[in-house]
Design a binder for this molecule. Structure first.
Ligand SMILES: *Cc1c(COP(=O)(O)O)cnc(C)c1O
Length: 834
């Protein structure tokens, strides 16, 4: 890590903290002896003989021990007080590392690092040994992780529910410029944070057939000949910031059933070892891998299995503990909220209906009332390729009972539509759940819950007025906005300790608990001393990272150059290609005029491409090809450098974002629902170059036009072109000599690469008419970049912009977002844990 923990801390400070009850009771001497004992107990050796990895494992386990008492206490308090519990269902949790985050939230990170130093142990070294838990693809998964941190830190009784993938998102290696995917074996060493709870296992049933029979005047359904899968929970404590709250993240692992009787009903005779082996691996495959897709669906049966596995295990376990509380099942919606993160877990609607109707024998109407009051759903995208649809034949076979329930939900919903709009089959077709041989998962989530939220103002408006306009008219009060957020604890306090310190010195520490107080920094936006201080901190961060780049990539970069950073998943709509085109344009211009007066710039890219997304992988190769040529061209006097950062992930984001001067948020307007990378950069003092898309619009509204550089088409313009046509990308290629030169250069081997290597990119831009308007926005992007160049020359002005961005970033803390979810969707309140 680039950050150093632990400037001198004093006894007085420790006492002060205790008095204010700000942190757990921490005693350095007893910590040191606890730590030594832990190593002895875990590894049967003395501290001095233990390896670094053993030291890390012991430290993590000890920190977990420290949180256990409050973990139990929190759970007990929730039970005793009967507080409403929120369960956040998500197929992805992009957690990253937890060691430092947990220490910060416990309020003991300085003391702990000090104590380790006294034992001659470098905390930063141990920190690097933790696997970066990558159980998610990008923004959606990271949002879930930030929300967990905020729920615990605010004291909202909210828990995560997900899958414990044996392999997380692949590790990316760049070999000869190409992306190579390596399995992410994140559990290779012990995961110190989790606790396996065998006794809380659940059986999830697949396939088989449904038998119905009249009993006491009621139609009963039994599931026969099914395949049983055992879901085993692994619990991870989610530690709140200095408040005693420890919530739970429960991740499920799929295993084969073990006992004789469990095994029996799977229909194997004892000696049938081969079939049993196949059965075992087919079951374990359910929690084996995370699908490496971002922004488009993966239509695989295994994916559908994963979704039901999560939903069924999660709901059964919630209801088991609810029923143990002896509250009435009719009050479930008063005590439980289930949140569906994107459409992936939307089967929760049907599964809860199944449990309430089949197992608890409620009437359909009562079960529906409870279900719709319990469920709420977040929409994350309007990209049509990302809207999940399942073939009914696949669905029916894998989940016969759930399918018949969805059919009944759909039948009743269609009746309701027709009652309101007699004979309006257009409305029926646009809103019904089962359509054209497919189950539409978004429609299920909308119909089956009481709230649908978008993730930024613009996105929600597009949902309400365009994509889901029929639904919005049908359910006028269901739609609402909750702009995404990020936890300022990880993305500022943890990742940028020097800036944190500077902010504390300027405005005190109130912002830590109430991030909107960062706005007090505005007073310093014109203060030359403070500007210099923040400038120097950025420069120090850049220097540390430059050394890392030299060491890892063998590329020498100038810490005084503008650090221009685009890190995010690789996707055509995010337009990494447009960024690269501008770089090539700049290079071509410099070649003609080597003395051109530009501030030296280092362009950073970091992005994983889905392994089956060829265009994206080709873009990575192109970036590396261009980088190689430009980085080695002496004639441009090191004025531009390009670095492709390998294996972009949470821990790398934490290192690069504090170094950024410029944040690239250049998606085609209307396509990026919110973005959260944009918020992390802003919080660390980067200025944004942005299209008016997603939360960029709200960033602009917060900082004002003078403190952001915007360009390009509006969402309205993009959507009108999509609807009415009128864009011909080839005209831009033919008419704009810069564009022609860039594309002809790339295709003609100016940068290397074999024949036709970049054909997919060429085709998408020219032959398929540039779906994401790269060529159309190119000119205004170049002008915006030119503006950045000029602004940066005036350091005082630039730093004013930078500080203004930091000052307004508090509104994007996920603490605020979670407060809105709690008040307006979940109807739950924070609780103090004594
Ligand atoms: C924040 C984050 C993202 C999301 O970035 P966007 O720019 O909003 O797409 C993706 N990956 C990682 C590792 C992140 O930390």
């Amino acid at each position: 890590m680039i950050c150093t923990i632990g400037y001198k801390h004093t006894k007085a400070k420790e006492m002060q903290m205790k008095v204010r009850g700000e942190s757990m009771k921490f005693n350095k001497e007893s910590f040191k002896s606890d730590f030594k004992k832990k190593i002895e107990n875990m590894f049967g050796m003395e501290l001095n003989d233990s390896s670094k990895l053993q030291k890390y494992v012991a430290l993590g386990s000890l920190i977990k021990d420290y949180s256990t008492e409050n973990w139990i206490k929190t759970n007990k308090t929730y039970k005793a007080n009967g507080n409403k519990q929120v369960y956040y269902f998500s197929m992805e949790f992009l957690i990253g590392r937890l060691l430092k985050s947990n220490l910060i939230n416990l309020g003991i990170e300085e003391q702990c690092a000090d104590a380790l130093k006294e034992l001659n142990i470098d905390f930063n070294e141990l920190e690097e040994l933790e696997a970066d838990a990558g159980l998610g693809n990008g923004g959606l998964g990271r949002l879930a992780a930030c929300f967990l941190d905020s729920m615990a830190s605010i004291g909202v009784p909210g828990h995560g529910c997900g899958i414990r993938y044996r392999y997380g998102l692949f590790e990316q290696k760049i070999v000869d410029g190409y992306q190579v995917e390596i399995p992410d074996n994140w559990l290779k060493e012990a995961n110190v944070w989790e606790t396996r709870k065998d006794n809380k296992s659940i059986i999830v049933k697949f396939n088989g057939n449904i038998v119905s029979e009249m009993k006491n005047g009621r139609l009963n359904f039994t599931h026969e000949n099914y395949t049983a899968v055992k879901a085993v929970p692994y619990d991870t404590p989610v530690i709140g910031y200095k408040n005693n709250t420890v919530n739970n993240l429960r991740l499920w692992s799929a295993e084969m059933v073990e006992t004789e009787e469990e095994f029996d009903f799977c229909g194997f005779s004892k000696g049938d070892y081969g079939r049993a082996q196949n059965y075992k691996s087919s079951i374990e495959s359910i929690s084996q891998i995370l699908y490496p897709d971002d922004s488009h669906t993966e239509g695989k049966i295994l994916r559908l299995k994963q979704q039901y596995f999560l939903v069924s295990a999660g709901l059964q376990s919630i209801l088991r503990s609810y029923k143990a509380s002896e509250k009435s099942i009719h009050d479930l919606d008063k005590y439980v909220s289930i949140h569906i993160n994107d459409t992936h877990p939307s089967m929760a609607v049907a599964e809860l209906m199944r449990i309430l109707v089949d197992e608890d024998e409620l009437t359909w109407e009562e079960a529906w009332r409870i279900t719709t009051n319990t469920m709420s759903y977040t929409n994350h995208t309007i990209l049509s390729e990302a809207l999940e649809k399942w073939d009914i034949n696949i669905f029916k076979e894998l989940l016969p009972r759930v399918y018949s329930i969805i059919k009944e939900i759909d039948r009743r919903f269609k009746d309701e539509i027709l009652q309101k709009h007699p004979n309006n089959w257009e409305k029926v077709n646009s809103m019904c759940i089962i359509h054209d041989g497919k189950v539409r998962m978004a429609n299920l989530a909308i119909v089956g819950g009481h709230s649908v939220n978008g993730v930024a103002k613009l996105h929600t408006e597009i949902l309400k007025n365009r994509e889901l306009a029929d639904f919005n008219r049908f359910y006028p009060n269901k739609f609402n906005n909750k702009t995404n957020g990020i936890t300022h604890r990880r993305w500022l306090i943890q990742s940028n300790p020097k800036l944190t310190e500077a902010i504390n010195e300027a405005i005190g520490k109130g912002w830590v608990k109430e991030p909107k107080q960062l706005v007090s920094l505005l007073k310093y936006a014109k203060n030359e001393d403070f500007k210099e201080k923040v400038y120097n901190i950025k420069k120090e961060n850049k220097e540390v990272f430059s050394n890392h780049v030299a060491e890892k990539y063998g590329v020498k970069i100038d810490p005084n150059s503008i650090f221009d950073v685009q890190v995010k998943r690789l996707h055509a709509y995010k337009r990494q290609a447009m960024n690269l085109m501008n770089i090539v344009h700049l290079y071509n211009t410099l070649k003609e005029n080597p003395n051109m007066d530009i501030v030296p710039r280092t362009f950073f890219f970091g992005a994983k491409a889905s392994p089956s997304y060829y265009l994206a992988k080709e873009t990575i190769k192109l970036i590396n090809t261009v980088a190689y040529k430009i980085n080695n061209d002496k004639s441009i006097n090191d004025k531009i450098k390009i670095v492709f950062l390998e294996n972009y992930r949470v821990s790398l984001a934490e290192r690069i974002i504090p170094c950024a001067d410029l944040s690239e948020q250049i998606s085609t307007a209307s396509k990026e629902a919110s973005g959260t990378g944009n918020m992390k950069f802003m919080m660390n003092g980067a200025v944004t170059i942005a299209t008016l898309d997603g939360a960029n619009v709200e960033i602009r509204d917060a900082v004002g036009d003078d403190n952001i550089v915007t360009f390009g088409m509006t969402a309205e313009e993009v959507m009108n072109h999509e609807k009415y046509g009128g864009y011909c990308s080839r005209d831009y290629y033919n008419d704009d000599m810069r564009i022609k030169r860039i594309i002809d250069g790339i295709m003609g081997g100016q940068f290397g690469g074999y024949n036709n290597e970049f054909n997919n990119i060429y085709n998408s831009l020219i032959n398929y008419n540039d779906e994401y308007f790269v060529l159309k926005d190119f000119d205004s992007y170049v002008k915006a970049q030119d503006k950045v160049n000029n602004l940066y020359k005036n350091r005082s002005k630039w730093m004013e912009m930078s500080i203004t961005n930091i000052a307004h970033s508090g509104i994007f803390s996920s603490d605020n977002t979670i407060k809105e979810y709690a008040n307006e969707i979940w109807n739950t309140k924070p609780i103090n844990i004594k």
